[in-house]
Design a protein around this ligand. Sequence first.
Ligand SMILES: CC(C)(COP(=O)(O)OP(=O)(O)OC[C@H]1O[C@@H](n2cnc3c(N)ncnc32)[C@H](O)[C@@H]1OP(=O)(O)O)[C@@H](O)C(=O)NCCC(=O)NCCS
Length: 153
Amino acid sequence: MLEIRPVTKENWEALIDLKVRDDQKNFVASNLYSIAQSQFGDEFEGHWDLFAYGIYDGDTPVGFLMYGLNFAHPSQQAYIQRLMVDEKFQGKGYGRFGMQKMLEIFRADERVKEVSISYEPVNDVARKLYASLGFVETGRIIEDEVEAVLKLK
Ligand SMILES: CC(C)(COP(=O)(O)OP(=O)(O)OC[C@H]1O[C@@H](n2cnc3c(N)ncnc32)[C@H](O)[C@@H]1OP(=O)(O)O)[C@@H](O)C(=O)NCCC(=O)NCCS
């Protein structure tokens, strides 16, 4: 069974062992960095509380995701900050599953009107995945990444 599970004191070490391919390292921070960052939140146009999860197939950790929430932000209240699937498990639907779970959480929260995401311009797999879920590029570049948004309400 596929599910996402919050990062806890029991599973964080298994999640930091998950790695992307060497040629993908520019696309995503390490899970070690992300889990550290999740303790403190992110400051970009206001404060974002961060929520980190492992993606699991049964009891096997296969990927990691993290999103931020900032209900004081005027346009986007949710921000997908990280998504990665370990190099051994890519191309099996886990990344799409992780995206769908995040969108389910946002759709169930009436405070979330719009979701944003950003990616390296050369990251075609990410761009196509997000576009297939309805994300539309805004033309804005954030820290050298292309921004795309999904309007939920
Ligand atoms: C991007 C990433 C999370 C996608 O996860 P994944 O589990 O490999 O992807 P999925 O199996 O769910 O596939 C999603 C789509 O991408 C396509 N895809 C996946 N890997 C691909 C590849 N190497 N080449 C071409 N297409 C690919 C799939 O065909 C699928 O499209 P479809 O549903 O239309 O058939 C994963 O490749 C990854 O961790 N990449 C490195 C880190 C990264 O780029 N993170 C995103 C930062 S913004």
